[in-house]
Design a protein around this ligand. Sequence first.
Ligand SMILES: [Fe+2]
Length: 128
Amino acid sequence: MRRLAEKSYKVEQWELVKPAILHGKAGAVILRECFGITDREFLEAVSCHTTGMPGMSDLAKIVYIADYIEPNRKHDGKTIVNMNDGRSLEQVFNAVVEEKYRSLSAAQKQPAPPTELLMEEIVYKRRD
Ligand SMILES: [Fe+2]
């Protein structure tokens, strides 16, 4: 966390409640500082993969989905992320976001503000 602050990454109050969520931002800092990665879309994809956020690129959506189905998760994300069922990236991404949101609600945990905004975006787009 200190390293993030040193690198001018603002740490929000809600991130301090669940510091594990900061590994996205920390990963982006490490990629930039240690590996010289400067591609903004790539860094943003890594940075926001823990919470999501409105306006995510396709790359960011793919990283978000990959994080959800990584083998060490307690849930079986593959039931949500079956890419062979004809759904688009957007549809699978939305399903993952909605499932993560539902799980947080079921556990009576407050979604991070960017997650709330992402859900609003999904609901808004669905109305169109
Ligand atoms: Fe992660």
